[in-house]
Design a protein around this ligand. Structure first.
Ligand SMILES: C[S@@+](CC[C@H](N)C(=O)[O-])C[C@H]1O[C@@H](n2cnc3c(N)ncnc32)[C@H](O)[C@@H]1O
Length: 357
């Protein structure tokens, strides 16, 4: 399994910022930033935001959907659905947005405006997870937002490390319902349930490998061999699980997500906002920047994990940094820059000046 990028933009999708289809190599960097500022209209109507409540019987959800999970890391271990689950079971799943069927048809990791890539774990997420592991951040008492969460691994790590609450947002409701929420629930189960399976198999914890220039964390897969009989312990308790009670889940476009959270009462301010692999499309920068601006606590931090360039889509770190600089709200510091060939980065954004509240 590879975590290398496979952005497959359909021919009918017009990216006004990527005139020659070569992203940053077009030499139109400055124009692209200007376009992003002016281009506040998405190609399709903004996807309306909504909040998703965890199912009243989450254990049932797990029994229905988990056939294979992956476990990574040790501090603490994280468990999540293997992306191949969706390939195998797409036809059996609720797919109101039709993203499971359409991504399968088009063999595409991204259909701008329809499906923004949340069904798989993107490699920069692993970079940021690794940095957090090394750094030993505890998240104790912090309010955390995993923005553009997909599988939700960053938010889940913060949750397991003592965050006061964690909110998850993804563009697609299908991603939230079929992947993010199940993953959180999976991690609410005692790790013992899964680790005992590891022990039975005699398999160790994860390792890191280089493969085809793409740094891939080949953590041991833990297959739940009989998916009709997953762990049944604590079924009734899971819906009341204290970790799950700390979470809220949202889908929708960033502009409507921001409007929703600002109108639903006390205005949330996040101490930490994670956002991984979310700056590939310059047309989304205004809404993304506004969301960070309005939702970050005055002394909060945005951890952004990203590639340098997103070929075929047009965005990338240089364009985003230029955009942020022009707005004058945040400073950007590089926490980690990958080796020359890898072209991946983790940066942190913070307010330039103490913000009025
Ligand atoms: C490539 S996926 C990355 C998923 C996950 N963060 C990871 O690293 O594995 C990009 C994510 O950004 C979010 N996203 C992109 N554009 C968005 C937009 N205009 N409004 C809301 N969310 C958006 C989607 O939720 C999507 O899951």
């Amino acid at each position: 399994m590879s975590f290398c990028f496979n952005f497959d933009v359909p021919a009918q999708t017009t990216n006004t910022n990527d005139v020659d289809g070569n992203g940053l190599q077009s030499g139109k960097k400055d124009n692209a930033v200007t376009d992003a500022q002016d281009n506040t209209k998405p190609a399709e109507p903004a996807k309306e935001a909504k909040e998703h409540l965890p199912p009243s019987d989450p254990q049932f959800l797990l029994m229905d959907s988990v056939s294979e999970t992956v476990t990574i890391g040790t501090l603490p271990p994280l468990h999540f659905l293997n992306e191949t689950v969706f390939e195998k079971t797409a036809s059996e799943r609720e797919d109101g947005e039709e993203i499971l069927s359409r991504t399968a048809e088009q063999s595409s990791d991204l259909i701008p405006g329809m499906y923004e890539g949340g069904l798989k774990v993107w490699e920069c997420t692993y970079d940021l997870l690794e940095l957090i592991e090394k750094d030993g951040e505890t998240f104790g008492g912090k309010a955390v937002l995993d923005l553009g969460c997909g599988a939700g691994l960053l938010g889940i790590l913060a949750l397991k490390r003592g965050a006061r609450h964690v909110h998850f947002q993804d563009y697609n409701s299908t991603v939230i319902e079929q992947l993010t929420v199940p993953n959180v629930i999976l991690n609410c189960q005692e790790d013992d349930d899964i680790e005992s399976e590891d022990d039975k198999d005699g398999r160790g914890k994860g390792k890191i490998q280089e493969e085809d220039g793409c740094k891939e964390r080949l953590k041991e897969k833990q297959e739940v061999k009989d998916s009709s009989s997953p762990p049944k312990k604590r079924a009734a308790d899971l819906s009341q699980h204290p970790l799950l009670a700390k979470c809220r889940f949202f889908s929708g476009d960033w502009s409507t997500f921001l409007a929703l959270v600002l109108k639903t009462g006390p205005q949330p301010k996040y101490d930490i906002i994670f956002t991984s692999e979310t700056i590939y499309n310059t047309a989304y920068y205004p809404a993304l920047h506004e969301t960070l601006h309005k939702l970050l606590a005055p002394d909060g931090l945005v951890y952004l994990a990203t590639k340098s360039h997103y070929f075929g889509v047009g965005g990338g770190l240089h364009l985003f940094e230029t955009f942020v600089e022009q707005r004058g709200i945040f400073s950007v510091d590089h926490l980690w820059d990958g080796d020359e060939g890898l072209q991946r980065h983790v940066v942190v954004l913070r307010f330039k000046l103490p913000k009025d509240t």
